[in-house]
Design a protein around this ligand. Structure first.
Ligand code: NAD
Length: 434
């Protein structure tokens, strides 16, 4: 099939490349010329394991194209995927749909031929109806389908190839057949193909993310309680997660949830509730609790360093919101690092995905090229993101200070081992070993 992905970001680039890899001809379009130039010269603008190789393979096979020319891409394609961002509006919890509507308007103006429009961007219930209105003058030529995306950064290619489910929302049976044909290679390998109304598909995406955010927040709050009670929250997770009705995933206590989806989608769901005068009080509490979490962790850092950060050397390991991605959106580090700097700490960080522009303006903050240089003079090492290369660090060997501390926000290390090495160690929801 011939496809056009409008928006070549995490979703558009990964799914476009994977669609090409299962035999489709795919045109990836972006308004960002830099991004397209990079891709055309063989450089992926994002870090995602395995993506570079897959781009090269399909680019070489002439199944994958990158362009700024939307008209050409639309003309060449039968199915047009909208994969642009849907951020939270600055002044409210509402979703900014301007990028989505702009795409739909452009498509309407640029073609007079029959096209299928598929929304992959996460959009509130009723957005498909609004897009329909944009096409109403030539209604018979366009179908508007919802096909929310569930890939996780860091595991995106695997998630595309082996999705838990493929959700297609439409009020037209013929659309289901076309989408079933497109996804046939994945369905044949066992992916669940689930058809529903367009509005249900739109809500399923928000409900999934809000539920996962709730699970994380729930276990984070239990970690706070466990710390007070001298209980190990990991035992609690295991105990409750072994109940098949609950399930063990997303029950690992840690920092606040972040990334490009959970924070904005929980807010988006609440604002849909508000629009229809339905109080989604659980999701509201989750948002509040998550926002408070960064403050709580920062306070603990304060305490660990004797209630004064002035002149203290804090080294962060990992600053992205999760490992195996370069995505910084809503990462805990965005709040922590500027706060530490403001309090007079001398901050350094290392992240395998490289230096971050978000911290370049901070006077007291330096990027280091590797774990060793980063931790060398630390008073406190904070493990924020559990990249694989942080799993086996021999702190005793690399930190030159006689007395230093480690605050592990992902419970990556064993408290007993830290004690054996005489390192003062703090973690999340686990009893301190004195
Ligand atoms: P992104 O910011 O990485 O990419 C969006 C791209 O769209 C950008 O490159 C931007 O330049 C481009 N763009 C915007 N307007 C355009 C236009 N008119 N024409 C051409 N290009 C345009 O965003 P993302 O992370 O890929 O997310 C896209 C959507 O998918 C969002 O709604 C998000 O919630 C959803 N989603 C994201 C993920 C994820 O893990 N990132 C997972 C599932 C769903």
């Amino acid at each position: 099939m011939k496809l056009c992905m409008i928006g070549t970001g995490y979703v558009g680039l990964v799914s476009g490349t994977c669609f090409a890899d299962i035999g489709n001809q795919v045109y990836c379009v972006d308004k960002n010329i830099d991004k397209i130039n990079k891709l055309n010269s063989g450089i992926s603008p994002i870090y995602e394991p395995g993506l570079n190789e897959l781009i090269h393979k399909n680019f070489k096979a002439k199944r994958l194209f990158f362009t700024n020319d939307l008209k050409k891409a639309i003309t060449m394609s039968d199915i047009i995927f909208i994969c642009v961002g849907t951020p939270t509006k600055k002044s409210s919890l509402k979703v900014d749909l301007s990028f989505v509507y702009k795409c739909a308007k452009e498509v309407f103006l640029l073609t007079k031929k029959k096209k299928i429009i598929v929304t992959k961007s996460t959009v509130p219930v009723g957005t498909g109806d609004e897009i329909d209105k944009i096409f109403k003058k030539r209604k018979k030529l366009f179908s508007v389908i919802s096909n929310p995306e569930f890939l996780r950064e860091g595991d995106a290619i695997r998630d595309f190839r082996y999705p838990d489910r493929i959700i297609i929302g439409s009020d037209n049976k013929n659309d289901f057949k076309i989408m079933e044909k497109l996804y046939a290679p994945l369905i044949n390998k066992g992916a669940k193909f689930f058809t529903t109304s367009r509005k249900s598909a739109e809500l399923i995406k928000y409900a999934s993310n809000a539920f996962l955010a709730t699970k994380i927040t729930f276990i984070n709050e239990l970690a706070n309680l466990s710390e007070k009670l001298g209980i190990n929250v990991e035992d609690v997770s295991l105990g409750i997660g072994s109940d098949s009705r609950i399930g063990g995933r997303f029950l690992r206590a840690g920092p606040a949830y972040g990334g490009s989806c959970f924070p904005k989608d929980t807010k988006g769901l609440v604002s849909t509730g508000d629009k229809y005068k339905i109080n989604l009080s659980i999701v509201k509490s989750v948002i509040k609790s998550n926002q408070e979490r960064v403050g709580l962790l920062t306070k603990r850092v304060y305490k660990i360093l004797g209630n004064n950060l002035k002149g203290k050397r804090i080294s962060l390991l990992g600053v992205t919101f999760k490992p195996n991605t370069d995505d910084m959106r809503d990462s805990t580090s965005l709040k922590m690092i500027p706060f530490f700097c403001k309090q007079g700490a001398i901050v350094s960080y290392y992240d395998p995905s490289g230096e971050k522009k978000e911290f370049q303006h901070l006077k007291n903050c330096q990027f280091k090229n590797n774990v060793k240089d980063n931790c060398l003079n630390a008073d406190l090492v904070i493990l924020l993101t559990e990249w694989d290369e942080f799993k086996l660090i021999d702190f005793k060997r690399i930190v030159k200070k006689k007395v230093f501390k480690v605050y592990d926000l992902r419970n990556l290390y064993k408290a007993s081992e830290m004690k054996r090495n005489k390192i003062k160690y703090y973690s999340i929801g686990r009893p301190e070993i004195k």
